[in-house]
Design a protein around this ligand. Structure first.
Ligand code: NAD
Ligand SMILES: O=C(O)C(=O)C[C@@H](O)[C@H](O)[C@H](O)COP(=O)(O)O
Ligand code: ZN
Length: 365
């Protein structure tokens, strides 16, 4: 088993191993987070994995109940939080309970948010089951929900007590969601590891074939890189903003598309825009965008903005970004691969030209 530590105010471990799910109940007993567990999953993961985990928990003598919400980004809102909270209250879950998030990033963000506010806070653990959740969202304690006004606009920083990553569960993950997770791994390559970027270039076909060894490597490396950043800047006082590379425009596209395009796909397009912007503004000291586009295309990820999205609407969503500080929008750009820089208020005209240019060809995926 591989173990990483996240050195936040209350440190915690990320455990990574194929088949780890079966070991969760015994480890939870050692952690002793609560006398009763609320297992939260979406409708798809509930059918595939949650019933089995529930049985394992009960066989280990733990008291646990399953709470399910409809799968998909459309559920990442306050209505789902209130519904889950009310169901838990009706079942008598009190302050000494704990929450288990079993699922993708939507489940993790929702269950983590609920854990941070339920009866003013109860412990929770993350069991990520999508690639995106295993390489990114289960680590770092960002929780929250979307609003029509923008992505993740209500939320908390609330670190999990443990992250259990069983990459064996990825065998049932739909192909589109495999690619979706790979986008966040490309992000880690861009912001902090040219080696990881090269690895993705070399292994793209193996990764798209769900090769377990390659998946384990990129999961471990992404979590290691994220844990390092979060350990230095838990609440995004500065440095942590690099984890938002590609997200400034990515989130705006996601919101403009009414959350109907996958998060990783939007980040993929956003990374292309950020690379082109880095070059247009003279920030980039090496040519990045063509190499990035090639890698994203090899991984089956989109690099173009869908033509039906309105340019002005996309640009207006940029203003709802959490990287607007004191009225100034900050982009994460690249000097070269592995060297991100912050850039305040790029000219609106250049942003508009890049958005328009990225709409002129058909999306590749
Ligand atoms: N908190 C963070 O730091 C952070 C980081 C990145 C992304 N996010 C958020 O994560 C969300 C996206 O996460 P996601 O892509 O995992 O979405 P998701 O949770 O909707 O999962 C994607 C789909 O895969 C299914 N699924 C999950 N695991 C499966 C498995 N093993 N087998 C079969 N199907 C499975 C789910 O049911 C769902 O339909 C977005 O809301 C994004 O904003 C948060
Ligand atoms: O953990 C972080 O910090 C990230 O920025 C990771 C991102 O991949 C993730 O999408 C995050 O939810 C975005 O955060 P937000 O603060 O821009 O909503
Ligand atoms: Zn993301």
């Amino acid at each position: 088993m591989k173990i990483l530590e996240v050195k936040t105010g209350r440190p915690y471990e990320i455990l990574i191993e194929g088949g780890l799910l079966t070991e969760v109940p015994e480890d939870l007993k050692r952690l002793n987070l609560g006398y009763r567990y609320a297992l939260i999953s979406d409708s798809q993961v509930a059918d595939l994995l949650a019933e089995d985990l529930l049985r394992l928990l009960r066989e280990a003598g733990l008291s646990a109940e399953l709470f399910v919400f409809p799968a998909g980004e459309a559920s990442k809102n306050m209505d789902t939080i209130v519904n889950l909270a009310r169901q838990m209250l009706q079942k008598g879950f009190d302050r000494k309970c704990a929450i288990i998030a079993l699922g993708g990033g939507v489940t993790g963000d929702l269950a983590g948010f609920l854990a941070s506010i339920y009866l003013r806070g109860v412990p929770y653990v993350q069991i990520p089951t999508s690639l995106l959740a295993q390489v990114d969202s289960s680590v770092g304690g960002k929780t929250g929900v979307d609003l029509p006004e923008g992505k993740n606009l209500l939320g908390t920083f609330y670190q999990p007590w443990r992250v259990y990553i069983d990459y064996g569960v990825l065998s049932t993950l739909p192909f589109e969601h495999l690619k979706n997770g790979l986008a966040e791994v490309v992000k880690y390559g861009c912001i902090s590891s040219p080696n990881l970027f090269e690895y993705l270039e070399e292994r793209s076909q193996k990764l798209l074939n769900y090769d377990a060894e390659s998946l384990e490597h990129i999961i471990y490396e992404s979590c290691r890189l994220k844990a390092e950043v979060v350990s230095r800047d838990e609440k995004e006082g500065g440095l942590r903003r690099i984890l938002n590379f590609g997200h400034t425009l990515g989130h705006a596209i996601e919101a403009a598309a009414n959350y109907e395009i996958l998060h990783g796909f939007c980040v993929s397009i956003g990374m292309v825009a950020a690379a082109i912007l880095s070059e247009r503004l003279g920030v980039a000291e090496e040519e990045i965008s063509l190499r990035l586009i090639k890698l994203l295309e090899d991984l089956g990820l989109p690099t173009r903005i869908p033509q039906d999205l309105d340019t002005d609407e996309i640009l207006s969503f940029l203003r709802a970004d959490k990287k607007v500080w004191k009225g100034k929008l900050t982009f994460i750009l690249l000097k070269r691969l592995g060297e991100p820089v912050f850039y305040e208020e790029p000219p609106q005209q250049i942003l508009k030209e890049i958005v328009e240019a990225l709409k002129t060809q058909k999306a590749t995926s």
